[in-house]
Design a protein around this ligand. Sequence first.
Ligand code: UTP
Length: 453
Amino acid sequence: MLEKRLRLIGQGHIARLLEEGVPFVSRDAVERDLSGVDMGLVDELVQGRHLFGDVDLSRVEPPEVFPASFGDTPGALPYRVHGEKLLREGRVAALVVAGGQGSRLGVEAPKGVVGVTPVTGKSLFQVHAEKVLALSRKFSSSIPLFLMTSRENDQATRFFFREHGFFGLDPADVFFFVQGMLPSVTPAGGLILSREGGLFLNPDGHGGTLSALRKSGCLDLMEERGISEIFYFQVDNPLVAVCDPLFIGLHAVNGADMSTKVVRKRDFDEKVGVIAKVDGRTRVVEYSDMGDGMRLAADDEGGMLYWAGNSAIHVIRRDFVQAITGTGLRLPFHKAAKAIATLGEQGEPVEIRGVKFETFVFDALPMAKCTVSLEVLREDEFAPVKNRAGEDSLESAMAMQSRLHRRWLEDLGIRVDPGCLVEISPLFALGKSDLKARVESLPGNIVKDMYIG
Ligand code: UTP
């Protein structure tokens, strides 16, 4: 019986409300929410186990990074060719994580449905799907797209794809899988009611991707399809160069388990995690863990020593994910204080301070025997939509897309009026070299906002 079970796990306060039959608690909802939760794990987390500990930074050093200019050198060619070969052979999957709550942006819908391109307002999902479609055509192979959703936005995400005909992708090549949830708790470890009368749960973080891939059967499916590399990216970055052959090639030829694209931090104080070597292992050191010594460390010219900001773009070997999720290895959980919208004694809406637990995918990096880091230019590949306004907002991401496409056009000798916005569909050109091949079909002068598709 539910009440007995709740008492057994130390959650008598919820059992009591159920016994009293208060109208604002739903037995079905509590039962459903509890059924998806590993309460043993929650208990251990509350006791402080499996938590991310302090990183000993006494043996920290900057990582080796392939500079952004590497791509233009003759040395890059064999890597690019290898990446293209893997794509042609159908060994690469694209994986976008879209299970987050998007609380800073403050939209009710999944973030992926937000219109983000500067001229036509295509959604993030459409931009990513069209890149995958363009790549599939370019390499004459089917590149599967895996999408991680959460319990909250799974239905809406699937509906959006169906409603838009999967943006031209073959539905048989699109796979949705749902990440795990964990209850947020009071500081003393008590479960918290949601305003809907169930339990207050939160998605278990983007680190949940790895276990959700296994649990959902997607890892097996990837294996059956002969996928060896997973190109991982976040839904909020419209500039991401999905399945970049150079990056995939560098990762694969070097025998890396997990690789990362990095962008130069704007300044010493930008609040972003950096890639570093700690005790010989690659890891992301979060801004909050850095301390002044590391944050302000300078090289001989006075520049930032730890400049390699994590862009959250990775290539991960499929068998590495199998290895680390199969052995019971667990990513550490990060604990964060959070304001929680719940119900008071009489069912009235109240807000309390609670705690949420999440894992981060980059915490798998130290488990990798070999990693590769490749620098990319922010203006070329990194425009995350996080905030309502200002830095990393919808507005800045739109401007960056238009600026990049303008640069491609201008480099090919096409004049674009200063006030114009331009947008190039991934189905027309994925990059400057694709555009060059079609330059004949473009006007020599662009005098008003233009979509090239
Ligand atoms: P963020 O950490 O930026 O979170 O996620 P968010 O949910 O998008 O936004 P805020 O922090 O609530 O404002 C980075 C990426 O990881 C995914 C997000 O969907 C985004 O693509 N993510 C995050 C998940 O898939 N699951 C999670 O549990 C957390």
